[in-house]
Design a binder for this molecule. Structure first.
Ligand code: 3HC
Length: 294
């Protein structure tokens, strides 16, 4: 089955990126947000990204106009009724997902494929909110979506094999490299990444090294694009804390347990770059100041 008409539910940081890459890949895209101001914000960030690509010469103005022509924003869920695939990118709360999928299940054709961009919730549990568990998958993109090449494509024990192949091919059409993974909390990347990020916090807590030296060590010693504490600020401390808690709940292993410092920082609202403060202080965004633990 060729996936041509795509719906994206949620136009925040990840949803807007997904809508953008789908439209750039030639799909007809409808992206839905709950309110006009939120939709406007998401569409503006897509505009900004496209403008940057035109400025760099990666995209011609004609191609940009074609992308714009393929992308439509809405606040009405009903506008997703004719989609081949709906990708859900809303808040990571099961009751909200349940309500959304129950509504989408009635609005969309039984043929429509549903895919959640969840980073940590169970795909199987969400599939059972619908009458189409065979056509329900995970599609986990990475931030920033237009840049990161990976998509984890997650199947469940109830998945239809052919539809899974179609979805893998679709991820390839987006210019991404799809990887196959099953429905286990954290899939591949977060299963490996989250313990690493939590360990970086433990290294800081134990007084082994400073924020800057931990980050420089992994950047310069291992060739990572960002050090772990910078990456934590980039992903969001609240998001990481939330994912770690779900993983700890699933596996009951110490390596998924949040260090006390992470919990304290989340309680203080020091959630990273978006909050202006995390392991760095971003008052001067050009020159972030590392956190000093006394
Ligand atoms: N949107 C679109 N393009 C962007 C972008 C954004 N938000 N941010 C950067 N870019 C583009 C730039 O335009 C530039 O493009 P060019 O090479 O064509 O000129 C390119 O990316 C590199 O950007 P910069 O030169 O400004 O900066 P860097 O070289 O430092 O790269 C980075 C920025 C791509 C974010 C890089 O630091 C990186 O790869 N960091 C690691 C990110 C990462 O690990 N993401 C995964 C997080 S985990 C996750 O998402 C899963 C979740 O479940 C937790």
């Amino acid at each position: 089955m060729a996936i041509q008409k795509v719906g994206v539910v949620g136009c925040g940081l990840m949803g807007s990126g997904i809508a953008q890459v789908c439209a750039q890949a030639g799909c007809d895209v409808v992206v839905r947000e709950v309110s006009e101001p939120l939709l406007d914000k998401g569409l503006k960030s897509i505009e900004k990204n496209l403008a940057r690509l035109v400025e760099k010469g990666t995209l011609t103005t004609e191609a940009r106009d074609q992308v714009r022509g393929r992308l439509r924003g809405t606040t009405k869920l009903e506008d997703l009724g004719d989609r081949d695939l709906v990708i859900e990118v809303i808040i990571e709360q099961l009751p909200a997902k349940k309500e959304l999928y129950a509504a989408l299940d009635n609005i969309c054709s039984p043929e429509t494929i549903f895919a959640s961009n969840t980073s940590s919730l169970s795909i199987t549990e969400m599939a059972m909110f619908t009458k189409r568990p065979g056509r329900f998958f995970g599609m986990h993109f990475f931030n920033p979506v237009p840049v990161m090449k990976l998509v984890e494509v997650i199947r469940t024990i109830a998945s239809d094999n052919q539809v899974y192949e179609d979805l893998l091919a679709f991820a390839g059409k987006l210019g991404k490299t799809p990887v196959r993974t099953s429905d286990r909390t954290g899939f591949i990347v977060n299963r490996l990444l989250v313990p690493y990020l939590l360990d970086a916090i433990r290294v800081l807590e134990d007084g082994v090294a400073s924020v800057e030296d931990i980050d420089n060590s992994m950047k310069l010693g291992c060739g990572h694009p960002m050090g772990p504490l910078t990456l934590l600020d980039f992903v969001g401390l609240d998001t990481t804390y939330y994912i770690a808690n779900i993983m700890f709940d699933e596996f009951r292993e110490k390596r998924f347990a949040s260090p006390p410092l992470l919990k304290r920082m989340v309680m203080a609202g020091w959630n990273g770059r978006k909050a202006g403060r995390g392991f760095y202080d971003y008052s001067d965004p050009a020159k972030p100041r590392p956190l000093q633990l006394t």
